[in-house]
Design a protein around this ligand. Structure first.
Ligand code: ZN
Length: 477
């Protein structure tokens, strides 16, 4: 009988990897084996260590990978899979492939840097510390990517076909609808990847890509994320409060520093700033996007017009590419980045990494945190143990580049910018299903979030819902 095995994002929010085997008979011959997503484990060490374990079946025996989107917790293990011997096709939407083309090599570069740092400090138990994969290995794996536009059927083998449908999470993001036909029986499987916002622009504003995952789905088996299974996003428009904060900061002669992930969140925030400037809600002060990846990411966004929300389309029709907006500067070289530090007048700096775990944002914060005229605005999730978490939680100082930096700047945070549907949004989307799935498996959530969503779905929808366990095999019956 065919089965699904949960190789990652079960019991945690990272490392998404779900294996479908079309035939598990005991004769020794395995069926066609497809991996839905191939993400890297991030966060606690206990999970990160699993990045070093091989797949339970040899990587060379996996026939194909189908990728939902370009976040590293969904695609970051692909270079390792190729290193272990995988040589099959990796299907993804054209926008996802473009984003992987910058994110995977960058991930390889960071792995190499980390290994170098640990070796220099002699902090590693492993001697010498090795990167999970290198920049070069990440570039090599890109040759196996095969573009497949949304809503286009692809036959993987005689029994199994799939198509991508819109997930509305980030640029290029898709859910995977599979049809499995064995012995005259047809079954539909739906893997959501990450589900984007259902709410409209008023409440989840600034989305570059359109809101709303594809409605009216059917599935015998649904495998769904549960990141926000026990949480709800604020339902008020963040723009008035955001504009007020920026105005007040500029009036007292301070600058605004915004840590943001270089892909998607930076673009989203920059589009919103443009709107606030042009509508006169904030003063026309310089905006600096300081991330080596930001320019490449904007170029990829400009290319994929098919993904835009109506608001983004209107903004670009009216004002053109963000790279050419007057007053907006995208810094790519370290010299350009250093120049921003010399800016003594009020400005807005958007820089990565989003959780201040590395990157150029560290320089900007080291320089601007001690001055009470400045404001630091968080627009993304801050994991415990990161500098971003320390600053956001009201600490009086933080260590950056080995130095203690006093925190005297104003600190603010907005939770409305999430790219994940929360529980009410997930329920709203699930109610559009044409029939109840036989079984829903929840993945990609902390155990408490997954368990609460399971209970909410059984109580409110009457669905049969289970929380997937790591390495668990479930039959496709
Ligand atoms: Zn994601």
């Amino acid at each position: 009988m065919a089965y699904i095995q949960f190789l990652g994002a079960a019991g945690t929010v990272t490392g998404s990897k779900h294996l479908i085997n079309t035939n598990s008979d005991t004769t020794g011959k395995t069926g066609f084996q497809t991996l839905i997503d191939c993400g890297m484990f991030q966060g606690p060490k206990e999970w990160r260590e699993r990045n070093w374990q091989n797949t339970p079946i040899p990587a060379s025996e996996i026939d194909a990978v189908v990728l939902t989107h370009a976040h590293l917790d969904h695609c970051g293990w692909i270079p390792r899979l190729v290193k272990e011997g995988f040589r099959g096709p990796i299907y993804a939407t054209p926008a996802t492939i473009d984003l992987c083309g910058i994110l995977l090599p960058d991930s390889g570069h960071l792995q190499e840097e980390d290994a170098y740092y640990y070796n220099k400090q002699k902090k590693s138990k492993h001697d010498p510390a090795l990167p999970l994969y290198t920049l070069e290995e990440a570039q090599e794996c890109l040759q196996y990517f095969r573009p497949l536009p949304p809503e286009t059927n692809k036959q993987l083998c005689p029994e199994l076909s799939f198509r991508f449908v819109r997930a509305a999470h980030i640029l290029g993001s898709s859910m995977v609808e599979l049809t499995l036909q064995t012995k005259g029986v047809s079954r539909r499987l739906l893997f959501t990847g990450d589900v984007g916002r259902v709410r409209n622009q008023g409440i989840a504003p600034g989305k570059v890509v359109h809101s709303g995952p594809t409605e009216g789905e059917t599935a015998d088996i649904l495998v769904m994320e549960s990141t926000y299974g026990n949480r709800q996003h604020p339902t008020d428009d963040p723009r008035p409060a955001l504009a007020a904060l920026i105005r007040q900061t500029a009036e007292r002669g301070g600058s605004v520093v915004v840590p943001a992930f270089a892909v998607e969140r930076t673009q989203k925030f920059v589009f919103m700033l443009k709107e606030l400037i042009e509508s006169g809600q904030i003063p026309r002060i310089p905006v600096f996007c300081d991330s080596p990846m930001a320019i490449q990411a904007v170029e990829i966004f400009m290319k994929h017009t098919e993904e835009y929300s109506d608001e983004t389309r209107r903004l670009i029709n009216q004002y053109g590419s963000p790279l050419e907006w007057p007053g907006f500067t995208f810094a790519s070289t370290p010299e350009e980045s250093k120049k921003i530090n010399d800016s003594k007048y009020p400005c807005i700096i958007v820089s990565s990494s989003g959780m201040v775990t590395g990157g150029r944002i560290q320089h900007h914060l080291a320089q601007r945190l001690p001055d009470p005229r400045n404001t630091i605005i968080f627009i993304g999730f801050q994991a415990q143990g990161t500098r971003g978490f320390t600053i956001k939680s009201g600490a009086s100082e933080v260590k950056i580049f080995g130095e203690i930096v006093p925190i005297r700047a104003q600190i603010a945070a907005f939770e409305q910018f999430s790219d994940h549907a929360d529980t009410p949004e997930l329920l709203q989307w699930l109610r559009t299903f044409r029939q109840k799935p036989k079984t829903t498996y929840l993945v990609h959530g902390d155990p408490a979030a997954s368990a609460q969503l399971r209970d909410t779905m059984s109580n409110e929808l009457g669905w049969n819902v289970k929380v997937a366990q790591w390495m668990e095999k479930v039959p496709i019956s």
